[in-house]
Design a protein around this ligand. Structure first.
Ligand SMILES: *Cc1c(COP(=O)(O)O)cnc(C)c1O
Length: 494
């Protein structure tokens, strides 16, 4: 399997084409500014699909990921995957007895057996160590990084900025990993007490928390400035684990297969049945994996993209106009992990939509990167959008509260604000002929305030997280200063 950049020059001379998986694992963007994708998507035939239906999560992940990773010896890869997807790691959810399924499917409304309604289900993706779906991919990334670095005798220093979910997921995945150090910037006193405790209570020597006296954007700007300091970046081997990382997308492809099999009758089920997935979206990473699963031949009838008030993606799927917002135009909402102004993985999908034309992608993103927008409504590809299964919708604070309330009243289930956005929009696109699977992206315990606002009571916390606010914390508080952060890294890199 070879990887190409969405912006590769077609004469084949670019170093951004013809890469192996391990070569692109530790990097971020391709050198031409594009994103990596497989040269072609592996196709999964009907007989293979029937075989995969019977596999455990880890075995399924092994089968799917082997199609994307062919430069790690098979035994090593399979062992690493089996160490990642274990019941012991994915046991933080509501129903511990289902932990061995890793991503259990919960029917809210079971499908009618003969004709009738298509059914409505939630695919639980948040039973990992930080109670958010990002663990599904990040845990794998931690093990892949450690493996590839050890083989090469290299080390990496991961620098990132977080407003909550990504940082904790990355730290829990990288804690104690050989060859990896994490420097995570977060906005001082702007995260919830729970989020702070989750990150700052980690005591592993390879994890450094830096709280900057500013906003998330200030932290993000420092990361960008350090990454643009090429000498510093090379000298201190600075890397990232952000959502454009290809391995994260690849790992997420697996649970679309798992969710599909569960929603269509499990072992002995029906491989012809189409299934719809509703996906609470921000940077387009999660739903991009759904697009890829569909391109591989999984019968996904519909991909329902849900946004919150920050609806740049909903706008595109309705109008063909992609208009990234300025940070000042980005609202702080009660589903904060979807508060994005531009969707960093979106370029991957548009590349496929326009027939994999890197020349056109370069033109479109030169407009975006100059602060502008583009309009595909009159391009022939826009008429082909239904062939890709995408539809979209948006959800507001009031929708979120109403959905959390209704789900609790009707089904006795507490859901988090992001999952509520997915459920609200998913419901709007339900049809009798296919089950609708809503992807759960976090547990309600992470967003206590909004749950209290909706239901008047606090969500339950998994046992492992009880009282974490009381644990000792390790964090370095700093001004918004690139130099200070660089000095800190220089002092702590061995
Ligand atoms: C990251 C995140 C999202 C958005 O996922 P993308 O892959 O960026 O589209 C949604 N919900 C939660 C809880 C998240 O942490």
């Amino acid at each position: 399997m070879r990887y190409i950049s969405t912006r590769a020059r077609s004469d084949g001379t670019a170093d951004s084409s013809n890469r192996t998986f391990s070569e692109i694992l530790l990097g971020g963007l391709a050198s031409d500014g594009g994103l990596y994708l497989p040269e072609t998507y592996p196709h999964i035939g009907k007989s293979e699909l029937a075989q995969w239906r019977t596999l455990s999560y880890a075995d399924l992940a092994g089968a799917v990921l082997a199609r994307f990773i062919d430069d790690i010896p098979s035994d090593d890869l399979q062992a690493l995957i089996h160490r990642t997807y274990t019941a012991a790691i994915y046991c933080n959810g509501r129903d511990r007895s289902a932990a061995s399924e890793i991503t259990p499917l919960r029917w809210l409304e079971p499908p009618a057996r003969e004709g009738g309604e298509g059914g409505l289900a939630i695919l639980e993706l948040s039973n990992g160590p930080t109670l958010a779906f990002k663990d599904m991919a990040m845990q794998l990334l931690g093990n892949l990084f450690e493996y590839v670095l050890a083989n090469r005798g290299e080390e990496i220093n991961i620098l990132g900025a977080t407003s909550g979910d990504t940082g904790s997921s990355a730290e829990y995945a990288m804690r104690g990993k050989r060859g990896v150090h994490v420097f995570m910037l977060s906005p001082h006193q702007r995260m919830s007490a729970f989020q702070r405790a989750q990150m700052y209570s980690l005591q592993e020597a390879n994890i450094y928390n830096i709280a900057v006296r500013g906003m998330f954007d200030d932290a993000q700007d420092i990361v960008k400035a350090v990454s643009n300091d090429h000498a510093f970046k090379a000298r201190y081997r600075i890397g990232a684990v952000n959502s454009i990382n290809w391995a994260r997308v690849a790992a997420q492809v697996v649970y679309y297969f798992k969710g599909y099999f569960a929603a269509t009758g499990g072992v002995g089920g029906n491989d012809e049945q189409q299934v719809a997935f509703a996906v609470p979206s921000g940077n387009f990473g999660n739903i991009c994996a759904g697009h890829i699963a569909r391109m591989m031949g999984l019968p996904i009838g519909r991909l329902v993209l849900a946004t919150n008030e920050n609806d740049v993606l909903d706008e595109f799927f309705r109008s063909g106009v992609y208009r990234p917002r300025a940070t000042s135009e980005t609202a702080a909402t009660s589903s904060p992990s979807m508060d994005i102004s531009k969707a960093s993985n979106f370029e991957r999908f548009v590349f496929d939509l326009v027939g994999r034309d890197p020349e056109l992608i370069r033109r479109l993103w030169s407009k975006v990167e100059a602060g502008g927008s583009f309009d595909l409504s009159s391009h022939p590809c826009f008429a082909r959008l239904p062939d890709f299964g995408f539809v979209s919708g948006r959800s507001t604070h009031a929708d979120r509260l109403a959905t959390i309330r209704r789900t609790h009243d009707r089904y006795g289930l507490m859901i988090d604000p992001h999952t509520a956005d997915g459920l609200k929009v998913g419901n709007e696109w339900r049809t009798p002929e296919m089950p609708m699977v809503v992807l759960e992206t976090a547990l309600p315990a992470k967003f206590e305030e909004t749950i209290v606002e909706a239901l008047g009571c606090k969500p339950e916390r998994p046992t492992a997280m009880q009282g974490i606010e009381e644990l000792p914390q390790r964090v370095e508080v700093m001004d918004v200063s690139v130099q200070q952060v660089q000095r800190f890294i220089a002092q702590h890199v061995p």
